[in-house]
Design a protein around this ligand. Structure first.
Ligand SMILES: [Mn+2]
Length: 357
């Protein structure tokens, strides 16, 4: 509960903050906003994650203060001496990486602040709301409840980034009038402009990244009468274009943007299987489907890592399972009269064509 978190902050002095592997805009933004806020309240704060955040986020004010855990004595002491350890934007020990078990075993009061479904049960205090647009929204509520006068430009920038990235620029079903009022307060108190933040987040793509996008767009396929779309990013595509693995962020949204597509998948080839991104329109849920493959997440945005004998087999298995989780409407597209044999022959031709460009 929010009140428990406010009391813990009032009554304690030493805080440790961590978040999930591969911290994204919401994870890092929430961490930086909470960390800076606590420091402005005169608290001692350590921010330690298990790995590096996305390099696209290096520009965020204070990002250099977040340490990557390497077993250093100072890091172990920071956790051992902490009164309170915050876990942000993930409710899953494994997703935190190696810092996860350290936090779980620490003497500090562990506090989860998160908006994912089904939290694990080891946290001492929970401030979770799965309808929150971002963990950043919950951090705002903490600041608002304690000392809103501390909300400065750096905190505002971190919170704005957290919320804009987790809402797909204010377009998901989690976006409400109340959220827009929060955003208005963040902009006013922080004295910041939204446009430069959008440009920094979205208008700094690399050419190799865009070439990779082109290859991915070429590989989009539709199934279930055009209601399911999917595409792939293979290791070969990444190598050929010279792109980085981070460049495929947001790719799955292009697949979902196709008219008639209710659910979209992006399969990214890993050394031993695939990382799968699930996205869906507001009234369609993909979280149960992702959970069936060992993943999880939100109703409209989930993910899973799957180990299967081959990449192709993974794709097949996940797509075959779609109808168990999604109510596809019976549709009769006039151009859809191909027999299964003709259809697969056509797909072979299309695959060959897209492989050669
Ligand atoms: Mn989030």
């Amino acid at each position: 509960m929010l009140d428990d978190v406010l009391a813990l902050i009032r009554e304690n002095d030493r805080f440790f903050i961590t978040t999930h592997l591969g911290a994204d805009g919401d994870a890092l933004g929430s961490q930086l906003a909470l960390g800076r806020f606590l420091e402005k309240m005169g608290k001692t704060v350590a921010m330690v994650n298990s790995d590096e955040h996305d390099y696209n986020l290096d520009w965020m004010p204070g990002a250099e203060q977040v340490e990557v855990y390497d077993g250093a004595l100072s890091q172990q002491e920071a956790l051992a001496e902490a009164d309170v350890a915050f876990v942000l934007d993930t409710n899953d020990e494994e997703r935190i990486g190696k810092v996860g078990s350290l936090v779980r075993d620490a003497t500090a009061t562990t506090v989860l602040i998160d908006h994912h479904l089904d939290p694990e049960r080891w946290f001492d205090v929970l401030f979770v709301r799965d309808t929150a647009a971002a963990t950043g929204e919950l951090i705002y509520e903490i600041i608002d409840g304690l000392a809103p006068e501390h909300l400065d430009g750096a905190i505002a920038t971190a919170l704005y980034t957290a919320i804009v990235t987790d809402t797909g620029s204010f377009r998901y079903s989690s976006v409400t009038p109340a959220l827009h009022r929060i955003i208005a307060d963040i902009l006013e108190r922080g004295g910041i402009e939204p446009a430069p933040i959008h440009e920094t987040i979205y208008d700094r793509k690399s050419m190799p990244g865009l070439r990779l996008l082109g290859r991915m767009l070429n590989r989009i396929r539709l199934r279930y009468d055009g209601q399911l779309g999917y595409s792939v990013v293979t290791q070969r595509m990444v190598e050929d274009t010279g792109a980085s693995w981070d460049d495929k962020q947001g790719f799955v949204n292009y697949v979902l943007s196709i008219e008639g597509v209710k659910a979209a998948l992006l399969f990214s080839e890993t050394d031993d299987g695939a990382k799968i991104s699930f996205r869906s329109e507001a009234d369609v849920r993909v979280d149960e489907w992702a959970r069936h493959f060992g993943g999880g997440g939100h109703r409209n945005a989930s993910g899973a890592y799957v180990k299967r004998p081959t990449f192709e087999k993974t794709i097949e298995d996940v797509i075959d399972a779609a109808a168990d989780y999604i109510a596809f409407e019976p549709r009769h597209a006039p151009d859809d009269d191909l027999s299964p044999e003709d259809q697969s022959y056509l797909e072979t031709l299309l695959d060959a064509a897209s492989d050669s460009n």
